[in-house]
Design a protein around this ligand. Structure first.
Ligand code: HEM
Length: 151
């Protein structure tokens, strides 16, 4: 294995930690909030973490592709091609099913500052918990492909 390839694996792992880390805690952080004021602060923190997470996922994807160009045989491996497909599905899924809900949730919590958490918000939080499970499942599937390279 070339030094550049090994370096790319290092960047890839770093990207995975930074990218996936926030995804694992977002729902728990929101669930822990007891009023709209806490929600506003938490949503702002999550927005900052999500920006970092996007950089991590970007690094993860680019380093994965660079490894493919360094070792062209990877483009003939099903696990590698499936990982690329799942990663694209993950990006599309979160931009359709998670990001718009997060924006609405921030808007609702801003509008209700100083008040109780409205039912409208709780309903969105319930829906986002399901989307979060789908998101985590996709990540676990990709991780299994990465570690076991089954086919
Ligand atoms: C959630 C997304 C991903 C995670 C958590 C992840 C994680 C990992 C981990 C932990 C390894 C080290 C595995 C080992 O050496 O046993 C690895 C290796 C690798 N990953 Fe990913 N990865 C992800 C997405 C991708 C994507 C989308 C691609 C392709 C564009 C990719 C391409 C690769 C390659 C080529 C290797 C090196 C395989 C080798 O030479 O042993 N990864 N990944």
């Amino acid at each position: 294995m070339s030094h550049l390839y090994t370096f790319m694996v290092g960047i890839h792992i770093l990207g995975a930690i930074v990218g996936i880390g926030p995804t694992l805690f977002v729902y728990r952080m929101l669930k822990a909030c007891e009023n709209s004021d806490e929600l506003v602060v938490t949503h702002k923190m999550i927005a900052k973490l999500n920006a970092l997470s996007s950089i991590g996922f970007g690094l993860l994807f680019i380093s994965g592709l660079v490894m493919g160009f360094l070792n062209r045989a990877l483009f003939q491996s099903a696990w590698y091609l499936l990982a690329i497909a799942l990663m694209v599905i993950l990006a599309v899924y979160s931009s359709i099913f998670i990001e718009p809900k997060m924006k609405s949730m921030l808007k609702i919590s801003m509008e209700n500052k100083g008040k109780h958490i409205p039912v409208e918000y709780t309903e969105l939080l319930r829906k986002i918990s399901v989307s979060n499970i789908v998101e985590k499942s996709l990540i676990v599937m990709i991780l299994v492909l990465m570690v076991f390279k089954p086919f």
